[in-house]
Ligand binder design. Structure first.
Ligand code: NDP
Length: 312
């Protein structure tokens, strides 16, 4: 069985930053890219808040640069998905793609988070036929059409604004009577003529013969004046938050009720020595590219210390 000193799982800013630091520290890191190589930033447009890019940078391009930077220092970058983990004792055993088994002295989990869905049967029925969780990936297909975005946070507002420049009409379906998004995003949404905010609306289902043609909504659900409303849409975009990709490690690692891996405050240390969590998988609060990169750096430094303390 292949023995690795430092195994990194995930290829977002946390994973690649860990790989850059670990390779420069001669830990010979191996990184598995996971389901979405490059992570969530590859599904966004421009990143304007990462320090060092005064003009902003395209998300895919930034991740490509991070990948090249990790490669330059010798990180072994591989494609593959972690399907199993045995963290009961060191060295830790990891299964890739259901077949390859590896053992590693240190493990950096940087598996990120994935978009959440409402859980409606119709979301699966119309997957790839009008249902999407990424406006910047799929918005292009809805030029001149009508779309809906579900959610009231910054992501939902950002997606609605993005779509408003492509689509004819954008509905923002918000379950409460207010938006949770930051004031600046709320103002932008409210001042965009082709975005209509449907406060206090929930989605019951979708309809359409060849893909999504509309959504069944309910207004003021459970109230005496509850009302069923249908809207005609071609695209239905989810923007209701994310779920951390920690399931495969849950048996061994402490997580919060949502599944975010718990770490010792201010560090990427988990409850298992030599196992670290970096980036969105352990961050329910900040979830930024720059904070993910910072925690990836910390994880690699901790891995280096652990290996040298244990003579590995
Ligand atoms: P949030 O958790 O902030 O918001 C999720 C939204 O989805 C809420 O309005 C929530 O409603 C709604 N929602 C959740 N579940 C359901 C459901 N089952 N049915 C209907 N609506 C639902 O997630 P975001 O992804 O928007 O943001 C995550 C973090 O990232 C935040 O801290 C945000 O500020 C940050 N961010 C910052 C950006 C920026 O600065 N440019 C861009 C994007 C994100 P309710 O309010 O009722 O709970």
């Amino acid at each position: 069985m292949e023995h690795i000193r430092c195994l990194i799982i995930g290829s977002g800013p946390a994973g690649y930053t860990a790989a850059i630091y670990a390779s420069r520290a001669n830990l010979n890191p191996v990184l598995y890219a996971g389901i979405q190589p490059g992570g969530q930033l590859t599904t966004t447009t421009d990143i304007e808040n990462f320090p060092g890019y005064p003009e902003g940078i395209n998300g895919t391009e930034m991740m490509e640069q991070l990948r090249k930077q990790a490669e330059r220092f010798g990180a072994d970058l591989r494609s593959g998905i972690v399907t199993g983990a045995d963290l009961s004792k060191a060295p830790y055993r990891i299964t890739i793609d259901g077949e390859t088994e590896l053992e590693t002295d240190t493990l950096i989990i940087a598996t990120g988070a994935s978009a959440k869905y409402l859980g409606l049967e119709d979301e699966a029925k119309y997957a790839g036929m009008g249902v999407s969780a990424c406006a910047t990936c799929d918005g292009f297909f809805y030029r001149g059409k009508n779309v809906a975005v579900v959610g009231g946070g910054d992501t939902a507002c950002e997606e609605a604004l993005y779509l408003s420049s492509l689509a004819k009409q954008v509905y923002l379906i918000v379950r409460k009577n207010y938006l949770r998004a930051s004031q600046v995003m709320q103002d932008r949404v409210m001042n965009t003529p082709n975005i209509k905010v449907l406060f206090e609306h929930n989605t019951l289902g979708l309809f359409g013969d060849n893909g999504v043609e509309g959504a069944h909504l309910v207004k003021r659900k459970g109230e005496p004046d509850e009302e069923k409303v249908d809207i005609a849409i071609d695209g239905f975009f989810l923007a209701i938050g994310h779920k951390p990709n920690s399931d495969v490690f849950k048996k061994y690692l402490e997580t919060d009720e949502v599944g975010y891996i718990k770490t010792v405050a201010g560090t990427p240390k988990t409850n298992i020595p030599g196992v670290y969590a970096a980036g969105d998988v352990a961050d329910p609060i900040y979830r930024q590219a720059v904070t993910a990169a910072g925690s990836g750096c910390k994880a690699a430094i901790e891995a280096e210390r652990y290996l040298s303390e244990h003579g590995l």
